[in-house]
Design a protein around this ligand. Sequence first.
Ligand code: THU
Length: 143
Amino acid sequence: MDDSGMLDRSLYRKLLESAEEAIKNSYSPYSKFRVGSAVLCSNGDIYSGTNVENASYGLSICAERVAIFNAVTHGCRNIDAVLVVSEPQNPVPPCGACLQVIVEFASSKDIPVILRSLKGTEKTFRLRDLLPVSFSKEDLHSV
Ligand code: THU
């Protein structure tokens, strides 16, 4: 990342390609709402995920959490960027549960969260703008 917190072009391309591959495998027969995500780890590795639904609806999981859990499984606990790909023209942000999980592993609350539509629209937020106030391990240690 450069000083502005934005990604360099080649990392951005890799992150996007990874999320675009992942969305192809979306298992979303109930909502028919496909989402793909990719996260950039501080060592440069990239991990992806897609949403996986279940006939018992509440067991479904979002693409962002699958991507992060995939990263953690491979030893990455420091995430420098998150990218989310979806189909609507207005690309979707992570849900509240996913934001909480992103905060757990984000290298800072300034990391970019890039929202991208398969139709080409893109918006970038800093994590802190999507979840300004969050519960974290520091709160647990403040008693
Ligand atoms: N979903 C995600 O994977 N990420 C989001 O950011 C929003 C919602 C999934 C969950 C469910 O499989 C479907 O989209 C509809 O909510």
